[in-house]
Design a protein around this ligand. Structure first.
Ligand code: 5GP
Ligand code: ZN
Length: 131
């Protein structure tokens, strides 16, 4: 696995993992995932149900339920997630054609895992408006 930004071992979160959180378990290495990048504070792994040729999730290692919670409590970490999303897109060869970054926020928007994550989607033409 290529570390796009820094090296660290799994589970290096500073906030205690949430016991029933799927993505905290992926951070800890308790549930396997195809990791494509890691930094001190984030990991990126392929979505289990890809919606585009490239579909990677970038998450902070620390548990924050959604975008609003992350933005209000750790803006620097949000910036790191955004930068890591861009690095992943570049590493996936999406730098020229472009890519989409989505934070589903809340059930009405389709959020199903309440550990904030950026979807990085690309490799096909994206429709607008999204469904
Ligand atoms: P949300 O619906 O919350 O915006 O996105 C959650 C994403 O997590 C979905 O795209 C779903 O396919 C993905 N997902 C759910 N369970 C797993 C899993 O166990 N492993 C991986 N890699 N992705 C998962
Ligand atoms: Zn979590």
């Amino acid at each position: 696995m290529k570390a796009i930004c820094g090296e660290s071992s799994p589970g290096q979160a500073t906030i205690a993992p949430v016991a029933d959180c799927l993505f905290c378990k992926i951070v800890a290495g308790d549930i396997p995932a195809e990791r494509v990048a890691e930094s001190d504070t984030t990991i990126a792994f392929r979505d289990i149900n890809p919606q585009a040729p490239t579909h990677v999730l970038v998450i902070p290692k620390d548990h924050h339920p959604d975008l609003a919670a992350l933005a209000s409590s750790d803006a620097g970490l949000l910036a790191e997630v955004a930068l890591q999303a861009h690095r992943v897109a570049q590493a996936e060869g999406l730098g020229d054609g472009g890519y989409r970054v989505v934070f589903n926020t809340g059930p009405e928007a389709g959020q199903t895992v309440f550990h904030v994550h950026a979807h990085v989607l690309g490799g096909r033409r994206m429709a607008w408006p999204p469904g």
